[in-house]
Design a protein around this ligand. Structure first.
Ligand code: ZN
Length: 461
């Protein structure tokens, strides 16, 4: 039957309820940001119960929980969260195989769009096949509020023009940032997208011509924009009027080029912004009204004490569509001790993104991950920061090799190889083979200029 009514967006949400439950930036900094631990934890427990009830309606969780003999009423306190079975991307893949092409973890399907406005995005597929997610209007708006909170914490203010150099594509990132700027921050998004859509020289011209005050991009692309500006004869520190930058993955190289404040954050496709850095610049605060974040041991899955590196496990508390309940995202971080931050917030902090544990390679008993090698390479001024790692099996032995681009092609490659090899051995504790390659030769491997998140690793075993 043909539907005779349209679910207009302006009628699709109770916006007053939305902003009361998930405060936008200014209200949040005066409100939820200052909650004490009791307020944070009682809100989390209430929302966890609601989340479990929503999860119980989805076949994905029915299967997972039955397999592990878990029932939602087992959760009586926040500490009981460890009773809930975790899942990983492998379970998502299995769900898609059981119920293709969306998987049985979706609450909504396209035909529900006749009753409520929906959005569809897929993950960028950093590893493996893309994961689809269908978002309700509520899930989009809370995600946009979390984006706006992040940008506000990073010094972006109403009236700013913000260039969004993430890929406007089937991936969620650019869109949720766009909606945050537009709906909840009073900023005008400049929708350049990546260098493939708007060449980087053109992006630099946009910044200069229109007086753009901030750019949203990965660290890698911000560095590329800065280097491109310099090649165009501009000084990014003085010729561009950048006020502040919200980077993704390492701030120092960006600070060096632009000379302005740079802040980091943590987010991923299904749940949007999870954590953001504050002015204290010591770790990322989790938005604890919207998430419970744990860090667990790589192998045993047991919760780890503060300071220990493990996998990030996320429970989203705000979503009405797909649910993420103890999703082991396999991103590496560590928890901080919970205490009042210099910024005044008691919200739990996690360490900066350290890489992906499914890229982690065990070499002679030592855990090695490509991003950690990359950080060491980036610190050395003889490299331009571009690298690519691969692991292979040679005669029954695992060997890791890192390809590095030099800053100046005149430097003697064999001398640099020896220098990097001994530095990596000293810092990581195991031998990594180093091969110096030509400048700009790694683009086809990393996707530099075409991918938002670069590929840094290949398993050739
Ligand atoms: Zn803080």
């Amino acid at each position: 039957m043909i539907s005779t009514s349209i679910p207009y967006y302006y009628k699709s949400l109770d916006f007053d309820k939305l902003v009361k439950e998930y405060e936008p930036p200014i209200e949040y900094l005066e409100g939820g940001w200052k909650w004490d631990r009791d307020q944070i934890e009682s809100t989390q427990l209430k929302r966890l119960h609601e989340t479990l009830a929503r999860g119980a309606e989805l076949p994905f969780y029915q299967r997972l929980w039955e397999k592990h003999n878990f029932i939602p009423s087992d959760v009586k306190s926040l500490a009981d969260i460890s009773k809930i079975p975790m899942y990983t991307i492998d379970d998502i893949r299995e769900s898609i195989a059981i119920d293709p092409p969306f998987g049985d973890y979706q609450k909504y399907h396209f035909e529900d769009g006749q009753h409520t406005p929906l959005r569809f995005y897929t993950s960028g597929g950093t590893t493996g096949a893309p994961r689809p997610t269908i978002y309700s209007a509520w899930d989009r708006e809370v995600g946009a509020i979390l984006s706006a909170r992040t940008f506000y914490l990073h010094g972006i203010r109403p009236g700013d023009a913000v260039m969004n150099s993430w890929a406007y594509s089937t991936h969620n990132a650019a869109w949720i940032m766009d909606h945050g700027l537009w709906h909840w921050l009073g900023c005008t998004p400049i929708t350049t997208g990546t260098g493939v859509v708007t060449p980087t020289e053109k992006q630099v011209e946009f910044i200069k011509t229109f007086g753009i005050s901030s750019i949203l991009a990965t660290t890698d692309y911000l560095v590329h924009i800065g280097n491109t500006a310099m090649k165009m004869g501009l000084d990014p520190k003085t010729d561009l009027k950048i006020k502040t930058l919200s980077a993704f993955g390492g701030k120092d190289p960006v600070k060096k080029i632009f000379g302005c404040p740079v802040y980091d954050s943590y987010a991923f496709h299904e749940v949007q912004y999870v954590a953001a850095e504050c002015e204290a610049e010591q770790g990322l605060h989790v938005f604890e009204d919207a998430f419970i974040v744990e860090v667990v041991d790589f192998e045993t899955g047991k919760p780890l004490p503060p300071g220990h590196k493990g996998n990030i496990v996320v429970t989203a508390l705000y979503k009405t569509g797909t649910q993420q309940i103890r999703y082991n995202i396999q991103d590496i971080s560590a928890s901080y001790e919970i205490r009042k931050c210099a910024c005044g917030s008691y919200h739990k902090k996690i360490d900066y993104f350290q890489g992906r544990s499914d890229n982690m390679v065990k070499l002679r008993g030592i855990n090695v991950w490509p991003e950690a090698l990359g950080e060491i390479v980036k610190e050395n001024p003889k490299s331009n920061g571009e690298y690519f790692c691969y692991v292979e099996r040679i005669g029954g032995r695992e060997e890791m090799t890192i390809l590095i681009e030099p800053k100046f092609s005149s430097t003697d490659a064999s001398v640099m190889e020896q220098e990097f090899e001994s530095e990596l051995k000293r810092r990581i504790g195991v031998k990594i083979n180093v091969k110096m390659v030509e400048e700009d030769s790694l683009r086809s491997l990393t996707g530099h200029g075409s991918r938002a998140k670069l590929k840094r690793f290949e398993d050739r075993r």
